[in-house]
Design a protein around this ligand. Structure first.
Ligand SMILES: Nc1ncnc2c1ncn2[C@@H]1O[C@H](COP(=O)(O)OP(=O)(O)OP(=O)(O)O)[C@@H](O)[C@H]1O
Length: 576
């Protein structure tokens, strides 16, 4: 065994041997360390995965050219299911109306009604009409060991992946008689959990299915109360046989919360589980404590062993993986523990697809003039075009500084807000609602908004700093041009970073239209310069005051409230 394999084997053994208590402790420690630096590490890991696969392909290409008789397909070490995957179109102008109608009218009238009335949907997207029938077919076969399949879907951002799993889950549970926890959907963040729960709720409100979400901020006891019913009786004798039952059919949560429920709530069980959806799968697999999937798999199998009578029941949990940027690292893929997977993809090679309605631009400027160029661009987009813009920065601190600066410069000509993990979740939700309603024109954000967030009105995404990793770029720009809408993305680069960025984009993304250079009028920049210098000075004062105020009150318990109060106070004094 190679030393790398040895290490992995040892790690897995160590994990298996960890006592529950130690596991809990380790799990919680890791959880507490959640911050944006971790996200960066995870993105590093995603990039390593991509490079790893590219190296494999480079090696394969070399081997192939050295030996002309070698059969190319045989040398590729990617699993067969990937090579045999089904291609789906990403161009939403190329919808096959017949197929779309066939699938739309093939689902229950309740689902059709919800799609029409709550979502305004009468035509399904390619990802949906290709994937939904296959899931329905494999559900029928779930009890036949050989013909049961897991599902793995890689399709661009905004291509409707959520409904591609929500519809078949609702369809197959509609006629259930007893409430049991039959579907679990895992997502990486609280905001995404709530977003997907809202989608499920629209269907469940028209039928008797029950859906709940559980995230780290609600207490475990609270979650347990929502999930489990204690069927106690007044009769003491009967109470000896009192049992518990599920109050819900579908649970949406983060993997961390699922592990906590499994470990701390003895009545919580996955023995009736039929669907396990892992959305934003590549992101979840790069999380610091990525062995959660292995552990959940073991728990599902053992809880089913105790209840199932036949061996075939053991594989009846259908795993469904959804992502816009699937890793092709074979090791990572095997950690998904998929059973006979059916693979759907938008692009068969190592390059990723982006929405075809998205136009990409880059702007060259000097590092120290970036805020000026950004502001000039924002003025054009927000004041002249009256469009909504999401602007990504590289960190929480940068988000905060840039927000203050843009706010100072805008002088209320347009509404700007910041969005990062430094704000508490209530505040974040409030901001999202305002952005949804169009009450905020510009949202300056850290990468916390980069994945999965579905906000209809965003016309532009700006990368204030060019992302180093292509996956990060794809998810960020995927917040616009969703569901076939037009969107534009602008990336600020310097002469030094330009070639790395363009090379990365050209090598790793399939382009339907080229990335174009955008110019900002030099006169506009010159006119802004004096005001910019003054505002930089104000910004420095603000940040210094904020730091002093925060450190003076470091003993205050609730730092969230403190920060909020300081910010409000400062904003009042500086901006009014
Ligand atoms: N058939 C359809 N017709 C019109 N709009 C649709 C259709 N299906 C989904 N949508 C809308 O498209 C938007 C994007 O869908 P969704 O969030 O599922 O994308 P996604 O592929 O999961 O993207 P990401 O990879 O960024 O998470 C949503 O607002 C959704 O309501």
């Amino acid at each position: 065994m190679s030393s790398k394999k040895n290490r992995k084997h040892k790690k897995r053994k160590d994990l298996e041997n960890l006592s529950e208590e130690k596991f809990d402790k380790k799990f919680k420690e890791k959880k507490n360390k959640k911050n944006e630096n971790k996200n960066e590490n995870e993105q590093n890991q995603e990039e390593l995965d991509q490079n790893y696969t590219e190296n494999i392909f480079e090696k394969i290409n070399k081997e192939t050219s050295q030996n002309e008789n070698t059969n190319k397909n045989q040398t590729i070490r990617l699993p067969l299911w990937i090579r045999k995957g089904k291609s789906i179109t990403t161009n939403l102008q190329e919808i096959d109306e017949t197929k779309s109608k066939e699938v739309f009218f093939g689902v229950s009238p309740i689902i059709q009604e919800t799609l029409r009335e709550d979502f305004g949907i009468t035509t399904l997207f390619p990802t949906q009409y290709e994937v939904i029938p296959s899931i329905m077919e494999t559900i029928k076969n779930s009890h036949f060991l050989l013909s049961s399949n897991d599902i793995c879907v890689q399709a661009p951002t905004g291509s409707g992946k959520t409904l591609a799993y929500v519809i078949p889950i609702i369809q197959s549970l509609l006629n259930r008689v007893i409430v049991r926890l039959r579907a679990v959907v895992l997502l990486p963040t609280r905001q995404l959990v709530l977003q997907v729960r809202n989608v499920f709720e629209k269907f469940c409100s028209r039928c008797s299915l029950k859906v709940v979400s559980s995230v780290g901020e609600s207490s475990l006891t609270q979650s347990a109360r929502m999930l489990i019913q204690n069927n106690e009786s007044n009769n003491e004798k009967e109470n000896q046989f009192a049992n518990t039952s599920s109050k819900v059919d579908i649970l949406i949560c983060t993997p961390g919360r699922l592990m906590e429920l499994l470990q701390n709530i003895p009545e919580f069980s996955l023995e009736d589980l039929r669907f396990l959806v892992i959305d934003e799968a590549d992101r979840l697999l790069t999380q610091s404590y990525s062995d959660w999937l292995y552990r959940i798999n073991t728990i599902i199998k053992s809880s089913q062993k105790t209840t199932s009578k036949t061996r075939t029941d053991l594989i009846s949990v259908k795993k469904m993986i959804f992502t816009a940027t699937l890793t092709k690292n074979p090791e990572k893929m095997s950690s998904l523990l998929l059973h006979n997977p059916l693979y759907f993809f938008a692009s068969s090679n190592l390059r990723f697809k982006i929405p075809s309605s998205l136009q990409q631009y880059y702007i060259i400027c000097q590092e120290e003039q970036k805020p000026l160029y950004l502001y000039a661009l924002l003025e054009r987009l927000s004041i002249q075009n009256k469009e909504q813009t999401l602007c990504f920065t590289g960190s929480v601190e940068a988000t905060h500084r840039l927000f203050y600066l843009v706010k100072l410069m805008s002088k209320e000509k347009f509404k700007v807000q910041e969005y990062s993990s430094s704000l508490n979740s209530k505040k974040r939700e409030e901001i999202l609602k305002k952005f949804h309603r169009g009450e905020i024109n510009v949202l300056v954000s850290s990468d916390i908004m980069a994945r999965g967030m579905d906000i209809v009105g965003i016309q532009n995404v700006i990368n204030y700093n060019a992302p180093t990793f292509v996956q990060n770029y794809i998810h960020r720009i995927g917040r616009t041009a969703r569901a076939g809408r037009i969107g534009k993305t602008y990336t600020l680069v310097t002469q030094d970073t330009k070639s790395y960025f363009l090379r990365m984009i050209k090598r790793k993304i399939v382009h339907e239209s080229p990335i174009l250079k955008e110019n900002i009028n030099q006169n506009v920049i010159s006119e802004l310069e004096v005001d910019y210098e003054n505002n930089l000075k104000k910004l420095k004062i603000m940040i210094d005051q904020e730091n002093i105020a925060t450190s003076n009150f470091s003993c205050v318990n609730n730092q969230d409230i403190l920060k909020e109060t300081i910010r409000k106070q400062l904003t009042k004094t500086i901006f009014n």
